[in-house]
Write a protein that binds this ligand. Structure first.
Ligand SMILES: [Fe+2]
Length: 371
């Protein structure tokens, strides 16, 4: 039997990380943490993007998703881009516009703080900072890790002429219009490419995730990237639940904190958040969100695997049973079963902010309605 020459083990090609190598080679800061204040992340010139930027990796990001921080100096325009990865862009600060060029023509839309949009797959686009004085900072949550790890070929991902006309959607979806697709609480969808102001978007009741809880599931650019937004009323918190990694949770309005723990843990991990902050609950780590603001607290969650295209069996099962009690084989801890420290901590935190709890009253009302 002929045997090929074997390499010394130190130089053997094994356990490679094509996406990690790509990120390290881009020449911009790569930050990694449990939670990150994206407004405070240092940026550096990013030749590929033609503006400043950074890469943010959350501990709970999973294998598929990364965040790019795109920082446009006053009056700047980024380099035109097209690529085979999907991205959901949330505007952290500043005002500007994005032009999308397809075989059907040019479309442009203007964004500002708390805008949300998705670029159609592999469409050519360019970002512009519309202000001569103010910088603009965008958070692109994307599935580039999947593409680079799958093909190990940057040119294929970033310089590929293939067109996906089915991903362009309706042009009115690029001007801020959309279509409501009613399903049932927690699964109602809004189909569009662009939400001008996520803070003002009308949400739908989803009482089973928490008292007064509201939500909408987005279908953006007919994509596999998922986004949803949820809100907690003043003086309230959601129920704890758990699922697989990669839901990147961005605070949008208000402020508060989240507690996270693995089953059996004695203590909680705590993340405090306000606009600019993002964190991702790691795989099957319980997490619970608390509003301590004198206004509703709203967040945006972005992941790979949308309600329309769940991508993994885990996402499919989650979307079906996200609000089912753990006692019934589901993923959610009901209020009555939660660790008593959770409510006590909430009351103490509310007191620090001079906000009254609405939980007891809402529990009483719910119990009366159930009788
Ligand atoms: Fe969650």
């Amino acid at each position: 039997m002929n045997q090929a020459t074997t390499s010394p083990s130190a130089s053997a090609k094994m356990l490679l990380d094509p996406y990690g190598s790509w990120a390290a080679g881009e020449g911009v800061p790569v930050v990694e943490d449990f939670g990150i204040d994206l407004l405070a992340v240092p940026t550096a010139p990013w030749p590929r993007l033609g503006c400043d930027g950074a890469i943010a990796h959350l501990k709970g990001r999973g294998d598929f998703v990364a965040i790019f921080v795109i920082d446009l100096p006053p009056g700047a325009k980024a380099a035109p881009q097209r690529h085979l990865y999907e991205e959901v862009v949330y505007v952290l600060s500043g005002h500007g516009s994005t032009v999308i060029e397809t075989e059907q023509g040019k479309h442009s839309f203007e964004w500002g703080p708390k805008s949300l949009f998705a670029l159609p797959l592999n469409a050519r686009y360019q970002h512009f900072n519309g202000s001569g004085r103010e910088r603009a900072r965008l958070a692109s949550t994307n599935n580039l890790p999947v593409l680079i790890n799958l093909f190990h070929n940057e040119d294929f991902v970033f310089n590929n002429p293939f067109a996906f006309p089915e991903r362009l959607g309706q042009s009115r979806h690029l001007s801020g219009e959309g279509d409501f697709v009613p399903v049932r609480p927690g699964r109602h969808m809004w189909e569009t490419n662009f939400i001008p102001n996520l803070a003002a978007f009308e949400l739908q009741a989803w009482e089973s995730r928490g008292v007064g809880s509201t939500n909408i599931m987005f279908i953006l650019a007919e994509g596999t990237m998922h986004a949803h937004s949820s809100e907690m009323l003043v003086g309230t918190y959601k129920k704890a639940h758990r699922h697989g990694a990669d839901f990147h949770v961005f605070a949008v309005t208000g402020h508060g904190y989240s507690l996270l723990w693995y089953e059996g843990d004695k203590d909680f991990v705590r993340v405090d958040w306000r606009h600019g902050w993002v964190f991702a609950p790691p795989d099957m780590m319980y997490h619970q969100h608390f509003n301590t603001a004198g206004e509703p607290s709203r967040y945006l969650a972005v992941a790979l695997g949308s309600l329309r295209y769940p991508f993994t069996t885990e996402k499919r099962n989650l979307f079906i049973g996200v609000d089912v009690n753990v006692r019934d084989g589901g993923r959610q801890i009901e209020y009555a079963d939660q660790d008593p420290r959770i409510h006590a901590t909430f009351l103490a935190e509310l007191a620090k902010h001079g906000v009254a709890s609405e939980m007891e009253q809402k529990w009483k009302a719910a119990a009366a309605a159930a009788r």
